[in-house]
Design a binder for this molecule. Structure first.
Ligand SMILES: NC(=O)c1ccc[n+]([C@@H]2O[C@H](COP(=O)([O-])OP(=O)(O)OC[C@H]3O[C@@H](n4cnc5c(N)ncnc54)[C@H](OP(=O)(O)O)[C@@H]3O)[C@@H](O)[C@H]2O)c1
Length: 318
């Protein structure tokens, strides 16, 4: 495979993107990260050598094309969990993927890595998963037409800077108890470093071309188990009351109508099917994926003063 010296990392200013950018920068790769808000994204990325953070709208095909020109690979991490307005899922997942592929073809970029999600597919229950599935189809068609693509499908991703477990840590610090919707939904959480490793390793592994790689951790948890684990590691153990299905739907609809989105009805629909893979973390990445609790203890332990004390006690073996 030809050497990768310059990568356009679309969606690189987000949670996963920062970890991928760090790994690419550590290898001396020049990384171009477009963002809609350079000031907001600046803090951690700007200190990385060889990373260039650029204010740009990647939804504009002309701007995207300029960014991709001269790159050896394009990595597309863009994804949204909630729609601001109808059609946002389609624009962020399907249209942007089409534009990325077109830009690669126009500029002769040979390698394209695509972030999808476990459960994506045309008949999935949620619009998030269906549009992710449609994007996968575009990527597979591009592979059939000659582009060297790889698709990654992680379950929920945990790690420093995540929104999923950190959100529960914050809720547990405030709430006396948790009325939990979809308590029996199952996940196979994967550490963000294991995800970032797979993306960066794939650039050197020709056998990943044309592949669809599920990225999962070693353990399966229900949502209820995850919330309890977060309570344990932060020192905020609270009673968790699992809501039956009707109330879970209602909760998702009510919360989805609030300006700050904790959960939406579309998220509820995603959780009606297990987010678990029949395949382990791919052996070709030569890495054993990490268990959740010891890592969650480190980064969530620092989220609250009580949690810092608990983490200290754990490290001290007390
Ligand atoms: N986190 C998880 O648990 C998880 C699990 C499975 C799959 N995934 C997938 O992994 C990817 C990265 O997730 P993440 O947690 O890192 O997300 P994130 O922190 O929300 O970051 C999303 C990135 O996408 C960009 N972006 C968002 N909406 C955009 C839009 N409409 N147009 C252009 N750029 C847009 C943002 O750039 P700006 O700087 O411009 O805002 C940001 O860099 C997503 O595709 C997601 O679906 C995530």
């Amino acid at each position: 495979m030809s050497r990768v010296d310059r990568v356009c990392l679309i969606g690189g200013s987000g949670f996963v993107g920062r970890h991928v950018a760090e790994r690419l920068a550590a290898r001396g790769v020049r990384v171009i990260i477009p963002t809609r808000n350079r000031e907001r994204a600046k803090a951690d990325l700007i200190v990385l050598p060889s990373v260039e953070l650029v204010n740009a709208d990647v939804n504009d095909p002309a701007q995207l094309s300029d960014l991709v020109a001269g790159c050896d690979a394009v990595v597309n991490l863009v994804g949204i969990l909630h729609e601001g307005r109808s059609g946002d899922f389609r624009r962020a997942h399907v249209l942007l993927t089409e534009h990325c592929i077109a830009a690669c073809v126009r500029h002769g970029v040979r390698r394209y890595l695509h972030m999808s999600a476990l459960g994506a597919g045309p008949s999935a229950p949620s619009e998030y998963q269906r549009t992710k599935g449609e994007a996968e189809q575009r990527v597979m068609a591009a592979h059939a037409a000659g582009l060297a693509t790889t698709i990654f499908r992680p379950s929920v991703i945990f790690g420093d800077g995540d929104s999923f477990l950190t959100l529960f840590a914050r809720l547990l610090a405030l709430a006396p108890f948790v009325p939990l919707g979809s308590p029996d939904a199952r996940f196979q959480p994967v550490w963000v470093e294991d995800v970032a490793h797979a993306f960066v390793a794939a650039l050197d592994l020709p056998q990943t071309i044309g592949q669809v790689c599920d990225l999962v951790g070693p353990e399966v948890f229900t949502l209820r188990e995850l919330v309890r684990l977060v309570g344990r590691v932060t020192g905020h153990e609270r009673p968790v009351f699992g809501l039956p299905d009707g109330l879970s739907r209602l909760q998702a609809r009510v919360f989805g109508a609030l300006p700050v989105k904790l959960i939406t009805y579309d998220n509820y629909l995603s959780m009606t099917v297990d987010n678990v893979s029949s395949m382990p973390y791919p052996a070709l990445f030569d890495r054993a994926p990490s268990a959740l609790e010891p890592i969650a203890r480190q980064y969530l332990g620092n989220a609250t003063p009580r949690g810092r004390y608990q983490a200290f006690r754990h490290r001290a073996g007390r």
